[in-house]
Design a binder for this molecule. Structure first.
Ligand SMILES: [Zn+2]
Length: 400
């Protein structure tokens, strides 16, 4: 049955539209209707009174390893579903399972588990495929990736070890300066996989070459990559300059300073930057919580997760709603919604279905409270994500 969500405003595709009702039918947004707030009285179910909230397209996270005490590398559909449900509470409606550098057998198990939860079998946010981070990365820029499992790039090894599981890959992070990287970049590009440059010490020149081979994306820009210096612009400089690359940024205000994130958006424009969480097991966990990144211990403290051995960051401890908030506080919700929803959806080729509230799109909608700066409700396929509590001031949303 069709229903309307009466919103204080809609923010989508970089624009804000006050006093709109979203008409939702069979899991899709079918229309918007402008309403006059003075003319609308009590709103009865199944319609939804969200007149004090702002509707945004659901957030898409292209880089998430786990969270809430669970790890994608558990390699089970149960782990992925548990994470997907918690992500939905934070306004995430689609994500890429992100295996890290590990033995091939563990990566295989993770990809297989992901395949079993594809698109909407997760019970929460949509599993949209996998972002394999490594193992073809530079040990010099390993960050929190376990260095003992780093491998030299090889198409032969990739084919032997993954076989048909290559079909689960949407993004692969690799270092283009390593011997054998060209062949891997060209092979993955031909297979329709997005090659993302990261955990890399590539120079500016090496990065330009990798773009010619087909690379189109950069992994958590500035983190674990050769930095920008004025005589040696490096991978980071090439990312800022070259439009061919879309650029991830972890806007948790820990991995990057807010001014750095703004600089990247200013350099590349608001349509070429993609916020990612890089969330790991420590997301949402209290101070003192310890977990392992493939055998290496990390601990959550003061809003960050750090490796016990090296003190390096062990992924973020925030979900994407925090990144959306940080961006919105600095650049406004219009830009925040582009970098957290529209841009990642477009990078994966889903721009008509996801990351937008235009008529025809999937009804993946989040209702944002502008006062608390939090996601109040998440709809996926037009269905309210069940585990969210109802808050005062909003009448009960429809669940069908
Ligand atoms: Zn990562």
């Amino acid at each position: 049955m069709a229903f309307r969500i009466y919103c204080g405003a809609l923010v989508t595709d970089g624009q804000r539209y006050p006093h709109r009702a979203l008409v939702v039918d069979k899991g899709r947004i079918v229309a918007w209707e402008a309403y006059d707030p003075a003319q609308v009285g009590r709103i009865e179910p199944p319609d939804v009174d969200a007149r004090n909230l702002i509707a945004l397209p659901g957030i898409i996270d292209l880089h998430v390893h786990g969270g809430f005490g669970r790890d994608m590398m558990e390699g089970t559909p149960d782990a992925i579903r548990a994470i997907a449900q918690r992500l939905a509470q934070h306004g995430v409606t689609g994500f890429l399972v992100t295996p890290l550098t590990a033995p091939w057998s563990a990566i295989r198990q993770c990809l297989e588990a992901a395949g079993e939860t594809r698109w909407n079998g997760s019970g929460g946010a949509r599993m949209l495929g996998c972002h394999m981070e490594g193992p073809f990365i530079n040990p010099k820029r390993a960050g929190a990736q376990p260095p003992e499992h780093i491998r030299p790039p090889s198409v032969r090894e990739l084919k032997t070890e993954l076989g048909t599981l290559i079909n689960e890959l949407r993004v692969v992070t690799l270092a283009p300066e390593l011997e054998g990287a060209r062949e891997v970049v060209e092979f993955l590009t031909q297979e329709g996989v997005i090659v993302s440059l990261g955990h890399s010490d590539a120079t500016y020149e090496q990065t330009v070459q990798a773009i010619e081979w087909g690379a189109r994306h950069a992994t958590h820009t500035f983190n674990a990559m050769r930095p920008f210096q004025h005589r040696d612009p490096g991978l980071a400089g090439a990312v800022m300059l070259h439009d061919e690359l879309t650029a991830e940024i972890i806007w948790d205000n820990v991995h990057t300073h807010a001014a750095t994130a703004q600089l990247l958006i200013k350099a590349k424009g608001a349509t070429r930057v993609i916020c990612v969480s890089d969330g790991a097991t420590g997301v949402g966990m209290p101070d003192g919580y310890t977990f392992e990144l493939w055998g290496h211990r990390a601990v959550v403290r003061d809003g960050a997760a750090r490796m016990v051995e090296t003190g390096g960051l062990a992924g973020s401890v925030v979900a994407m709603d925090a990144c959306l908030r940080h961006c919105a506080q600095t650049l406004g919700l219009e830009v925040a919604s582009l970098v957290c929803a529209a841009n990642p959806a477009r990078a994966l080729g889903y721009e008509t279905d996801l990351g937008t509230l235009r008529a025809g799109a999937c009804a993946d909608v989040i209702l944002w409270n502008p006062h608390t700066q939090k996601v109040e409700y998440t709809y996926i396929d037009g269905v309210l994500h069940e585990s969210q509590p109802l808050s005062a001031g909003v009448s009960e949303p429809a669940t069908k």
